[in-house]
Design a protein around this ligand. Structure first.
Ligand code: ZN
Ligand code: ZN
Length: 240
């Protein structure tokens, strides 16, 4: 207990090392990455070409017409957006959020401004992608819920972290698994406990990272089956 307090005092007094370049983090708001690393991380500005459905990054410059990547055609959510590319400060933030239930002010600011930019219409319920019971007990918190609370505090929209559950425990280390195998491990992994709380809702589903989209699609499938009218997905980072 005292060691924990002492550690957190130390990080306030002494500058922390950037988890990317090992330079010093001079602004405590920047958290685990220095200002230079934050500035070189690609944060979506709205002028890129992305898939209109899944938010897949397609090109740096804007396209004159609405574009679809079609890799997401069978996904169950209505649209997905992210703060930026899974690299540098955003990648380090995602990794850090798995062990530290804490976010810096810079990350929160980007998260809120990207959620405004996403402009999902009529959202009236926020749901974090759940962990399995086993994983939740190992970790002590759900990093998707930590992120979901940032939006909930800002928008005052209700958060529900109990109705959607993850039934199947998927192994942590999924490297080496191809897209098909990853999709199979999350297929039907989610269920809705109380459909009456989901029915006719427009839901913002929040997660840390969008990789293949299989996880959020599987969540959206369960939510739609329970009567959700729309499911929008919002993540901190987007893998390319
Ligand atoms: Zn750095
Ligand atoms: Zn797409």
């Amino acid at each position: 207990m005292f060691a924990k307090i002492y550690d957190s005092l130390l990080t306030i007094v002494y500058p922390q090392a950037c988890q990317i370049c090992a330079g010093s983090v001079e602004h405590s708001a920047d958290g685990i990455a220095c200002r230079v690393c934050w500035e070189s991380t690609r944060i979506f500005s709205g002028s890129e070409t992305i898939c209109d459905k899944c938010g897949n990054f397609l090109s740096d410059s804007g396209a004159p017409v609405t574009t679809f990547c079609h890799r997401c055609d069978e996904h169950f959510y209505d649209a997905a957006r992210a703060v930026g590319i899974y690299e540098k400060a955003l990648a380090a933030s995602v990794v850090n959020l798995k062990t530290e239930n804490h976010t810096g002010a810079t990350l929160r600011r980007f998260f809120i401004s990207a959620s405004h930019q996403s402009n999902f219409p009529g959202v009236n319920l926020i749901i974090p992608v759940p962990l399995s019971k086993k994983r939740f007990h190992e970790r002590g918190f759900n990093q998707a819920a930590t992120l979901a609370e940032i939006i909930a505090r800002e928008t005052k929209i209700e958060i529900d972290d109990a109705s959607l559950t993850r039934q199947i425990h998927t192994p942590m280390h999924r490297a080496g698994m191809d897209k098909k195998a990853r999709e199979l491990t999350v297929k039907n992994a989610f269920a809705v406990k109380r459909s009456e709380l989901i029915k006719d809702r427009t839901i913002l589903l929040v997660d840390d990272v969008f990789t293949s989209g299989a996880t959020v699609s599987s969540c959206a499938k369960a939510l739609k089956k329970a009567g959700a009218s729309k499911v929008y997905v919002f993540t901190l980072a987007r893998a390319v």
